[in-house]
Write a protein that binds this ligand. Structure first.
Ligand code: KG4
Ligand code: ZN
Length: 379
């Protein structure tokens, strides 16, 4: 029968619930996205997010249990995202998880959202019959985070040995680098906003970038003094803004796209005829600069930390150009690159239930005094 853990995720703008067996078999995974609620504000509005989580958490958990086909009584534990994230949003999941676990008489497990993103990679690899070798370097790249971790099998790794991880084995992390300003997904969203291409920006920019010349506009790659493995994306975003200001002829098409968005015509194929060649080139060049920067620093970290695999997770990991570049460059460096599927890349609860399994195995349970944490570093 195995160990079945219900995962609950509510850290940002997705209300999600999932049942995962033995940390690796997804029995169900339901994600209720709030994008339609936040779209007209061009970003996540924290108060609205909390309210939507409240509305959606009960039906989302019910649906996950129904799809898994097991009664609540057969769960082994309830796992919930403790942080990091929006405090009001997290509180909904944490409070609901606490009440559910105690009313069922089941253990409660607190999970770090970032550790969930790491486990999304292992979940996917397991489904493909693969097992990323450790030590690894993991890039978590989303709308809220851009951070590089070393992932090890032991808290201290005196000998860097090859290691096949079992789903119940705990992972240990060291932080190698992080963004000093915007997250990469946030840069996508801000660039999309200033070009009137809707929210969230990533998927539309990715599709439009395919029609532009990525070498047309020269961006200076970000420099992060002190730690060259840190990231910085606000400079690229500002460079796009300056480029638009220097080309006043772009104002007309921006206004036309704003009208298109107001009519609800926000798909890439609806917006593309409203984009000049210059705009498509700008988008392609922006994406190229972001992708190259993410890949360069991650591979440099992999070399410095003698990694055997490269793991990439978070919303931006859904980007095909990023995946292609990582696969090619990691291959050249003699490394395997691993990604979650697109649905496991963005926020979900299967990754939370999977990350809870090693904690379940060692009895690391949370008490009823568990609190949500807006700031919660993994390492
Ligand atoms: O992981 P996620 O669902 O939520 C956060 O924890 O932030 O990531 C959402 C972010 C957004 O900024 C969105 O624009 C970006 O991921 N994103 C993408 C793509 N799909 C989503 N960025 C680039 N290319 C994509 N295909
Ligand atoms: Zn996330």
């Amino acid at each position: 029968m195995g160990t079945r853990i219900l995962g609950i995720e509510s850290s940002c703008d997705e209300t999600a619930a999932a049942v995962v067996a033995d940390g690796c078999e997804i029995l169900s995974s339901v994600v209720a996205s709030q994008i339609d609620v936040h779209r007209k504000y061009g970003g996540v509005v924290p108060e609205l997010a909390s309210r939507e989580h409240l509305r959606r958490i009960v039906p989302t958990v019910r649906e996950a249990m129904e799809l898994a086909g097991i009664p609540f009584s057969e769960l082994d534990a309830v796992a919930v995202t403790q942080g990091p994230g929006l405090i009001g949003a997290l509180l909904v999941g944490v409070t609901y998880g606490k009440v559910l676990a105690s009313s069922l008489g089941k253990p409660l497990i607190a999970v770090n959202h970032l550790e969930g993103h790491v486990h999304a990679v292992f979940l996917q690899a397991h489904q493909e019959g693969k097992n990323p070798q450790l030590p690894a370097v993991c890039l978590i790249v989303s709308g809220g985070h851009t951070v590089l971790y070393g992932v090890h099998s032991e808290p201290v790794v005196p000998i860097r040995h090859a290691y096949d991880r079992a789903p119940s084995d705990r992972l240990h992390y060291t932080r190698i680098g992080q963004t000093r300003d915007d997250a990469a997904g946030e840069a996508y969203d801000k660039v999309a906003k200033l070009l009137a291409l809707g929210y969230p920006g990533g998927p539309v920019l990715e599709q439009l970038a395919a029609y532009g010349n990525a070498r047309a506009v020269k961006f200076t790659p970000p420099v992060t003094r002190g730690n060259p493995l840190d990231f910085s994306f606000s400079g690229i975003k500002t460079a796009v803004l300056r480029h638009v200001r220097a080309h006043p002829e772009m104002a007309g098409e921006i206004a036309a796209r704003e009208e298109s968005l107001k009519r609800g015509e926000r798909k890439a194929e609806q917006l593309r005829p409203l984009c000049s060649v210059a705009t498509l080139d700008l988008i392609a060049s922006f994406q190229q600069c972001v992708v190259e920067d993410l890949v360069n620093r991650t591979l440099q970290a992999s070399e410095e930390h003698a990694a055997r695999s490269v793991l990439v997770s978070g919303g931006v990991a859904a980007n095909s150009a990023l995946r292609k570049e990582f696969e090619a460059r990691a291959y050249d460096a003699g490394l395997d690159a691993f990604f979650p599927s697109r649905t496991l890349s963005t926020d979900n609860a299967a990754m939370i239930a999977a990350a809870a399994y090693p904690l379940w195995a060692v009895g690391a349970f949370a008490g009823t005094d568990l609190n949500a944490e807006a700031v919660m570093p993994l390492a």
